[in-house]
Write a protein that binds this ligand. Structure first.
Ligand code: 9MR
Length: 455
């Protein structure tokens, strides 16, 4: 009787305690006083707590918690975290604690220390590491003919690090075609010869693009059939001129608009919806007639990972081209940002191409870090976020089946030469740092991210 009374009283008091003292999950706040060696971690008060347990880690999943900050007991609502490395990414979270309970983990706060880590970037050459893979691929760079001077920093970097080149603009129709049947080969020939002489793959970019139509063709006053004949002649002559020297061509670039319809270009207007297939067929015929049965033909476009209407249309176009046996691969431009597309979006896009048995060219990769114009200098946060995004892209690309790999091409060498801040179409409001080399040709953390993506 007495025993059951004691039990009853105990049970009541325990219940009361639980009702009163259930610990809520704390909310961690943005850090203060971030410096080269530490920061002040902050969080909100939790009722009935007596202390807090602070974790600081170098990874978001808290698999590498710093020994001094592994559930460190703190009785205040903040803690000055010390002894860290400069220019480095950290994460923190807290739990509330009283005599009997520990709460769930708070949200995770990301913080990057100021200054420099002092750890030099990995100096390994990109293509050297890629060529050691079981299934290597071309590492490409967009170039301009003026850069290809023997001994220039561009030349040295290209020969050391890259196994493929794409002309950033000098092999487009508005550059090569000066009048009907009249060609200016000088600059394009220089680019192709450079690649051929240095054992660097040459990817042809691009035969047909609405943004590179020469004035004479825009003004062409002949019939639609005569217009189509001009396009056929151009494609045939260029593919023939570079047969055996250019290994692959973007035959048509950006034929789908952002609503998922065929883009309303002069080519669509003059040649009708089958023009893409016709262009591919003409390119294929020209290559075979010139004795080049192995020329690879690509369809190239942008923003398919984030725009499903566009993605669907591009892949249905590719289905048509495949049915006609005129296409080998797809170029995903990948003018990305440090936030977008997500890993899952990129992976899904690439996997669609794998499922269709297409070769994949990540054809114009760059990763913006200032698309909202919210920074005026290249911060450590963005530097590390960009590094992670380059690493992610390379990991995804490298994980593709060998048969689907072709090349991963970066759209420009130095940050200060990137097209991004100058683009009127992109409406990019400020400066940016989207590439692998800074204005002094020094490798950035993004370059190290590329290398880490190969591990
Ligand atoms: O980066 C290229 C820039 O230097 C040229 O002036 C421009 C016009 O020829 O083309 C830029 O490259 C584009 C590429 O050819 C197709 N995808 C979008 C790229 C950025 O506009």
């Amino acid at each position: 009787m007495l025993a059951s009374l004691v039990f009853f009283l105990n049970a009541c008091s325990k219940d009361d305690n639980e009702t009163v003292e259930t610990l809520e999950t704390p909310v961690a706040n943005a850090p203060k006083d971030v410096n080269d060696h530490g920061f002040k971690a902050k969080w909100n008060y939790v009722s009935y707590s007596k202390s807090y347990l602070l974790d600081v880690s170098t990874d978001e999943n808290f698999t590498s918690i710093l020994p001094n900050y592994n559930a460190k007991t703190v009785t205040d609502l903040n803690e000055v975290v010390v002894g860290l490395t400069g220019g480095t990414q950290y994460y923190y979270r807290v739990r509330a604690k009283n005599e009997t309970q520990i709460s769930d983990y708070s949200n995770v706060i990301s913080v990057v220390t100021t200054g420099s880590s002092g750890i030099p970037e990995d100096p390994t050459f990109l293509k050297v590491k890629v060529n050691k893979l079981a299934n290597p691929f071309f590492v490409g760079m967009a170039i301009k003919a003026s850069q290809l001077i023997n001994g220039s920093p561009y030349d040295v970097i290209l020969k050391n690090e890259f196994s493929s080149i794409s002309a950033e603009y000098e092999m487009k129709m508005d550059q090569i075609s000066t009048a009907s049947g009249v060609y200016n080969w000088t600059v394009a020939d220089k680019i192709v010869a450079y690649g051929n002489a240095n054992n660097i793959n040459v990817h042809g970019h691009a035969l047909v693009w609405h943004n590179a139509v020469p004035q004479w063709l825009k003004d062409f006053s002949g019939t639609n059939a005569e217009f189509a004949a001009e396009v056929k002649k151009y494609i045939t002559d260029v593919v023939t001129h570079y047969a055996g020297k250019v290994k692959s061509w973007d035959v048509v670039n950006e034929a789908v608009d952002d609503s998922g319809a065929m883009r309303n270009t002069i080519f669509l207007q003059r040649m009708g919806p089958n023009y893409v297939k016709d262009c591919f067929q003409w390119a294929r015929n020209a290559a075979i007639a010139a004795g080049d049965a192995s020329l690879l033909l690509f369809y190239n476009d942008y923003a398919t990972s984030t725009n499903t209407a566009k993605q669907d249309k591009v892949f249905s176009l590719l289905d048509d081209l495949k049915a006609a046996k005129v296409v080998d691969g797809v170029g995903f431009q990948m003018h990305n940002t440090y936030l977008s597309p997500t890993k899952a979006q990129i992976e899904a896009d690439l996997n669609k191409a794998v499922a269709k048995g297409l070769k994949i060219h990540v054809s114009e990769l760059d990763i913006q870090v200032n698309q909202f114009n919210d920074i005026s200098t290249f911060t450590n946060e963005r530097r590390l976020a960009q590094k992670a995004k380059y690493k992610e892209m390379v990991q995804l690309y490298n994980a593709l089946p060998a048969a689907n790999k072709y090349a991963l091409t970066i759209w420009g060498m130095r940050d200060n030469e990137s097209w991004i801040p100058f683009s009127t179409e992109l409406n990019h409001p400020g400066n940016d740092w989207p590439l692998l080399y800074d204005s002094n040709f020094a490798v950035k953390s993004s370059h190290t991210g590329f290398l880490e993506g190969l591990d």
